[in-house]
Write a protein that binds this ligand. Structure first.
Ligand code: UP5
Ligand code: MG
Length: 192
């Protein structure tokens, strides 16, 4: 096996639930490597080639990029960090089939951290960010589409791993510090 001894944590939650923000805090405190599938895709878009243009169009529609692309990017990124205590796989798997392929071809996950947040609050956060962000998907039209994809495709992923008792759910409708207090306690209590 290519990866062993490192904790593999899927980090899911709707658009604007705080996945990236909390992952940054986990990295600071616990030294994990943060891999955001969305960030990896945005880096591909920034290359300006044809694949990047296709990815950009899919993201502007709030749809899912073909999983072969995302899994390839995640695997490549993981190969650069063999010595870390664990990986935070942020924003992936977006649908059940993605998790199945990742676990078959890359590595099995240990648990899924789920940031549970109301659409109302997520929308408020994203609209606030839209005033100064360069993310082309931070407009109300695309935000609604991202919410729809999340409900239709990604919430079933949480149910899927729930059946294996692998989901750790956090109430993300609170301040960054309040949410992180719970996240920190959770990671601090994990067995070595
Ligand atoms: N903020 C954060 N926490 C807060 C709190 N507790 N209280 C108040 N404000 C808070 O936070 C969002 C904003 O809210 C920030 O301004 C933050 O300061 C504030 P952030 O931490 O960025 O939340 P996050 O959940 O990471 O939101 P993000 O917008 O990144 O979520 P998405 O899931 O929409 O974006 P992602 O980058 O993962 O995916 C983008 C697109 O890529 C998808 O729509 C899809 O098209 C594509 N994609 C795939 O196709 N496949 C993949 O596997 C992954 C992505
Ligand atoms: Mg994010």
């Amino acid at each position: 096996v290519e990866f062993s001894g490192q904790r593999i944590v899927y980090v899911l939650g709707g658009p604007g639930s705080g996945k990236g923000t909390q992952c940054t805090r986990i990295v600071e405190e616990f030294g994990y490597i943060h891999l955001s599938a969305g960030d990896l895709l945005r880096q591909e878009v920034a290359k300006g080639n044809e694949i990047g243009q296709n990815i950009e169009e899919i993201m502007k529609e709030g749809k899912l990029v073909p999983q072969e692309i995302t899994i390839g990017l995640l695997r490549d990124a993981m190969r650069h960090h063999k010595d870390c205590p664990g990986f935070l796989i942020d924003g992936f798997p977006r649908e059940i089939a993605q998790g199945l392929q990742f676990e078959k071809e890359v590595v099995e996950s240990d648990f899924l951290l789920f940031f549970d947040c109301s659409e109302e609050i997520m929308e408020e956060r994203l609209l606030k960010r839209s005033q100064h962000s360069e993310r082309p998907d931070d407009n109300i039209e695309t935000i609604k589409k991202r919410f729809a994809t999340f409900t239709e495709k990604t919430l079933p992923v949480v149910d899927h791993y729930e059946k294996d008792n692998k989901v750790k759910k956090i109430d993300a409708n609170r301040t960054v510090d309040e949410v992180f207090a719970e996240v920190r306690a959770l990671f601090g209590a994990l067995p070595p």
